[in-house]
Ligand binder design. Structure first.
Ligand code: SF4
Length: 224
């Protein structure tokens, strides 16, 4: 359990799972590089949050709901939480019956191959479970390209990964140090590539390697 003063932004968890260094650069060093993709993503979230809540038949749609979890030590805003009429659930003040919460996260592009989006959605579900006192077994993404919804089962494994990642995120904040770079395929899609320079600053880079690359000397000619 984390004290309220130690809560971290939910968005940091997604950055952490994508790349710990990117998370440190953004949240510890306040490095940010707006490009077309990040701007599009920001605008989508803004638009969703600005739309008003609505009711469609057996679904209540709440937008921009503030959420938090002391177990994860996270606080943020859910794009959309739908409340589906169900045999069991919670009661809502202005509607009869029982309602099951169902978080929906909006994404600009197509589904990603890594787990960062799913961890973010799972963290939202854990927040709702803690705040509303009810199990939230399912959630969904709404992807912009192609425009479609993808349901996600919030498995025990995903919940474990989410808790572990939140714990590691808090440890990084306590250390106050941005992790080193490790060049991987995902770096090519990273908005902070030019600030990070992963090929130059990566873990395996030392001065000998740098000189070898710079002057293209064979290893035996390197200065001992
Ligand atoms: S360029 Fe690669 S190592 Fe650097 S922050 Fe981005 S993903 Fe992480």
């Amino acid at each position: 359990m984390y004290a309220e003063a130690d809560y971290l932004p939910l968005s940091a968890l997604q950055h952490w799972v994508f790349c710990p260094r990117q998370c440190g650069l953004i949240h510890l060093e306040q490095v940010w590089n707006e490009n077309r993709l990040t701007a599009e993503g920001r605008i989508i979230h803004q638009r969703v949050h600005e739309m008003s809540d609505e009711r469609r038949s057996d679904i209540y749609i709440v937008r921009g709901l503030r959420i938090y979890s002391c177990r994860l030590g996270l606080i943020g805003q859910a794009d959309v939480v739908e409340f589906h009429r169900a045999p069991t659930g919670i009661s809502l003040s202005d509607a009869e019956g029982m309602w099951q919460p169902y978080p929906v996260e909006y994404k600009r592009g197509s589904p990603k191959m890594d787990a960062c989006d799913e961890v973010q959605l799972c963290a939202q579900a854990i927040c709702l479970e803690e705040m509303l006192g009810i199990a939230v077994p399912l959630g969904a993404f709404f992807y912009g390209r192609p425009r479609r919804r993808k349901e996600v089962v919030l498995t025990d494994e995903l919940r474990r990964k989410t808790e572990e990642s939140a714990h590691q995120l808090h440890e990084m904040f306590q250390r106050g140090r941005t992790p080193g770079a490790s060049y991987e395929k995902k770096c090519r899609a990273c908005s902070l590539y030019n600030q990070c320079l992963p090929k130059t600053t990566g873990k395996k880079k030392n001065i000998e390697h740098y000189l070898q690359m710079a002057y293209e000397l064979p290893r035996e000619e390197m200065i001992p």
